[in-house]
Design a binder for this molecule. Structure first.
Ligand SMILES: Nc1nc2c(ncn2[C@@H]2O[C@H](COP(=O)(O)OP(=O)(O)OP(=O)(O)O)[C@@H](O)[C@H]2O)c(=O)[nH]1
Ligand SMILES: [Mg+2]
Length: 483
């Protein structure tokens, strides 16, 4: 392998460190540091002893160095990807000390980074005092182990990082169960790899302080763990199925109410929750953090014409969503499948909004793939226009001529968005004349709530109403329709 080329292509990404790189550690500190990193890996083996701890396992990230292999696209796109990894790492509670990317045709099959670059990474890790390396991609168990061997601190990948954030943020019973399941799925094939790495590390120190407690789990232990994890996964799947049924029933009840359902989807941090708040006057959690929202929340709102709609705020999307989490997404996004309209929010101030849009559509496609219905219609909403300069704004308008341009922060464009939603919902309204008998007074109040009552006339049989209403509602009252 051409290692000099490897090293030449190494590049530091400026502006990502939260604080300056600390000075070189003294030899004494370095040893302490190394001991600490070994200690941490051994601690991991203890965690794996109990399957319930695997379930809610946290990666305990602290001070991290990010690395990425940049295969295609522009420098700016590669940097944006690393900036996102940094934001993810910070969301997980860690401090980013440094970030490096390597230009390479494809990740090294053995160590992800080329071997020369891996050595360089080791130097950065030592110099910065980092205790964890996060790779911007999904690594094979063997790659993780091999890279760990070189850098001598914990190495995790983007998938594990995202799983960790989800584990920290999930609040509902179903959300927690879904994430636990995804984590176990991720851990299962990696048990052996991590076990081997731990045995290796303990073995290397066996002369000084080796012993029963410091050895990695043996083959039998791993097999037992695997079996217990599989059992736990089966149990979780069953529990999740039960919770799903309950939710479907609840949603069906709401749908019968005839209230149009708008599901707000979009890339993480695009401002979905802010928009729901701005449009409904409610207090959904807004945070400058990725995946602030994990469980779907539903809020009612009234359109200018007096009609009620419900907005459902959903979990944000992200590029390279771990496959283990697609199932979790599917469950929270069932709301999306059922929606009358998908309100797709994109951050207009992001340097690459088109990438966000395609990532969202791709994940949504995967999530909806299993359904035998087409995806609901989508309305694109470009948010954060208060933070977009004039030139970019012109470009965005040209690129997305059908989109709504809003600022959830300043309220700009919200009237237009409301109007567009109203137009959309009324596009297939029908005119009908209903004769409602006295015994069915509840129909009249429902019509006033969900339809335009154009004319009312009381007669001997009850009330005759001329209404303009959604076709679904008309279908429900076909027995009362006289014209
Ligand atoms: N400048 C500006 N910032 C906004 C706007 N809307 C939202 N933000 C900010 O963007 C960040 C993310 O907002 P959220 O509403 O939590 O975004 P989200 O899409 O729900 O994020 P997740 O739930 O984490 O996926 C917050 O810091 C908001 O204050 C806007 O119109 N303009
Ligand atoms: Mg949110």
């Amino acid at each position: 392998m051409d290692e000099s080329a490897d090293d030449r292509s190494a590049e530091e990404v400026p502006g990502l460190s939260e604080r300056g790189r600390p000075g070189e550690p003294t030899v004494g500190e370095l040893q302490l540091d190394e001991r600490a990193s070994l200690q941490r890996v051994v601690g991991l083996s203890t965690e794996l002893e109990d399957v319930t701890e695997v379930e809610y396992r946290r990666l305990r990230l602290e001070q991290v160095v990010l690395v990425g292999v940049w295969t295609t696209g522009s420098v700016a796109a590669a940097r944006a990807s690393m900036a996102e990894l940094a934001a993810l790492a910070e969301t997980a509670g860690s401090q980013v000390l440094d970030a490096l990317i390597q230009r390479r045709g494809k990740p090294d099959p053995a160590t992800y980074l080329g071997s020369g670059k891996a050595e360089e990474l080791r130097e950065v890790v030592v110099a910065s005092g980092a205790d964890t390396v996060i790779c911007d991609g999904e690594l094979t168990p063997a790659q993780l182990t091999a890279l760990e061997k070189v850098v001598k601190v914990k190495v995790i990948d983007r998938t594990a990082l995202i799983l960790d954030i989800f584990a920290q943020h999930a609040t509902s019973r179903e959300g927690k169960a879904q994430v636990a399941l995804a984590q176990m799925e991720y851990m299962l094939p990696r048990l052996r790899g991590w076990g081997e790495s731990m045995s290796r590390q303990a073995g290397g120190r066996a002369g000084s302080n080796g012993g029963v407690g410091l050895r990695g789990p043996g083959e039998t232990k791993i097999e037992t763990d695997r079996r217990r994890i599989r059992e736990r996964m089966a149990k979780l799947r069953k529990e999740i199925r039960g919770m799903k049924t309950a939710r479907t029933v609840k949603r069906a009840a709401r749908r019968r109410g005839g209230v149009p359902a708008l599901t707000v989807v979009g890339y993480t941090n695009a401002g979905k929750s802010s928009l729901v708040n701005a449009m409904t006057g409610s207090g959904v959690l807004v945070q400058d953090a990725l995946f602030a929202t994990l469980d779907p929340t539903t809020r009612r709102a009234q359109l200018a014409d007096g009609h009620e709609v419900v907005f459902t705020d959903t979990v944000g999307f992200v590029r390279h969503l771990p496959t283990q989490l697609v199932e979790a997404f599917r469950s929270t996004l069932e709301e999306a499948v059922d929606a009358d309209l998908l309100v797709h929010v994109v951050d207009g101030s992001d340097p690459f909004p088109a990438n966000q849009i395609s990532a969202v559509r791709q994940v949504l496609g995967e999530v909806l793939a299993e359904e035998d219905r087409p995806a609901p219609p989508e309305m694109l909403v470009v948010n954060k226009i208060d933070a977009v300069d004039g030139v970019t704004m012109t470009a965005l308008r040209a690129e997305y001529p059908d989109a709504q341009f809003v600022s959830a922060r300043t309220g700009e464009g919200l009237d237009g968005l409301f109007a567009a939603i109203t137009d959309f919902l009324q596009r297939d309204d029908v005119d009908a004349v209903l004769q409602v008998p006295f015994a069915r007074g509840e129909v009249i109040s429902r019509l006033h709530q969900h339809a335009h009552v154009l004319d009312t006339e009381h007669n001997a049989e009850g009330t005759r109403l001329h209404v303009r209403m959604p076709s679904a509602l008309a279908a429900e009252y076909s027995d009362l329709t006289v014209a």
